[in-house]
Design a protein around this ligand. Structure first.
Ligand SMILES: NC(=O)c1ccc[n+]([C@@H]2O[C@H](COP(=O)([O-])OP(=O)(O)OC[C@H]3O[C@@H](n4cnc5c(N)ncnc54)[C@H](O)[C@@H]3O)[C@@H](O)[C@H]2O)c1
Length: 344
């Protein structure tokens, strides 16, 4: 049975610990965190675990695979070391903080012949998989556009901005559904509370196959919204993760344009057919994801969100970030501009 170690026991790590302990597909054998109090708490909860302060000591142990749930800036170095130690590696999203580093890890995993998987949890969630099935079946027709809203009050991260935290989820869903990197991307955001760390941002993507997409992400919003709308030429879908009874709704709605036979006005007809809410499994996406990782180690198959997929997500985020317009740099008040120029 695969022996797994977990590095990083902060906010998210304990959730991974819970599913690693829950599944019968692995032996949850070790954990590591620089923070002694966090380490002690998990070690008390799972008494059979070997507990290490240093990740390197866990990597020297006999675990076959590691899950990394540390801050984003540490992912590259820890994943690189783990692969060099011959471990299969699961890295929480996003894979790294740069596309170049992500691609390096993908190459390294190939060389050492170990699995590298990114923790894009939403790609394993039943509603996201259902929408993927609807898209792939052709039921929605040609995709016209997709809009994502992921907003609520907090949780503010200290290490990265809202794009590298929340938009990563939407971009992973988008790339999973469309199987394509964007041809163009842009973003626009503002740092309202912390200095130089955007807490609200809008990202736009254009795909060579036709569709366009927008993602609105915010840590500074009064209500929680997790809503995605997919508009196809035949049907439309709303995926609302805050509506437990009807997470996915398929609308038989659309607009038809009739070209006039003779010279005259174009006619539009509006189709407002039925709405169907498909039945969805209630399995926890995180458990499905971890069991998929373990299955890929056992069978040799490629993870759905392998290193390459993780690198594509980072690439798309980087593309959008490069088109960014930071208000701090652009919105100098006229008085400050004059002062900087020596009061001319
Ligand atoms: N999949 C999801 O839905 C989801 C949700 C939240 C967070 N995450 C991801 O999980 C990761 C961790 O996020 P978090 O909110 O738990 O961060 P956090 O800051 O709360 O916790 C990180 C932990 O890692 C430890 N750590 C840091 N460097 C270390 C090292 N070199 N060796 C050992 N331990 C080290 C810290 O002491 C801390 O306890 C991030 O990549 C984040 O994007 C994913």
């Amino acid at each position: 049975m695969t022996k797994v170690g977990l590095i990083g026991l902060g906010y998210w790590g304990p959730n991974l610990a819970r599913v690693l302990n829950q599944t019968s597909r692995c032996e949850f054998a070790a954990c590591a965190d620089l923070d002694a109090a966090r380490l002690e708490k998990i070690a008390r909860q799972y008494p059979n675990l070997k507990a290490f302060r240093r990740a390197e000591d866990l990597l020297d142990s006999d675990v076959d695979a590691v899950a990394i749930a540390t801050p984003i800036a540490t992912h590259y170095e820890l994943a690189r070391k783990a692969l060099h130690h011959g471990k299969h590696v699961f890295v929480e999203k996003p894979l790294t903080d740069s596309a170049a580093r992500a691609r390096e890890l993908v190459e390294l995993a190939k060389v050492v012949d170990r699995k590298l998987m990114t923790g894009h949890t939403f790609v394993y969630s039943p509603p996201v998989v259902k929408v993927k099935e609807l898209i792939d079946s052709g039921m929605l027709g040609d995709l016209q556009y997709l809009s994502f809203s992921r907003v609520n009050l907090g949780l503010y991260r200290k290490d990265v901005d809202v794009v590298w935290d929340l938009a990563v989820h939407d971009v992973s869903i988008l790339l999973y559904w469309l199987k394509e990197l964007p041809a163009r991307a842009s973003s626009f955001g503002r740092s309202c509370v912390q200095r130089a760390k955007r807490d609200v941002a809008y990202l736009w993507f254009q795909f060579a196959s036709g569709p366009i997409a927008s993602c609105e992400v915010s840590w500074l919003s009064p209500q929680k919204m997790r809503r995605t709308c997919v508009v196809g030429s035949k049907r439309m879908v709303v995926y609302d993760d805050t509506n437990p009874d009807e997470r996915v709704r398929v609308y038989d709605r659309g607009v038809l344009l009739h070209r006039p036979e003779t010279f005259g006005e174009f006619q539009l007809t509006y189709r407002t057919g039925d709405m169907v809410a498909p039945n969805l499994a209630n399995t926890e996406p995180l458990l499905i994801e971890i069991e998929h990782f373990l299955q890929c180690i056992e069978t040799g198959e490629t993870p759905r969100t392998d290193g390459r997929f993780g690198a594509d997500v980072v690439t798309a985020i980087e593309m959008a970030a490069q088109g960014r317009w930071q208000p701090e740099e652009q919105f100098a008040l006229p008085g400050e501009v004059l002062a900087a120029r020596g009061g001319e």
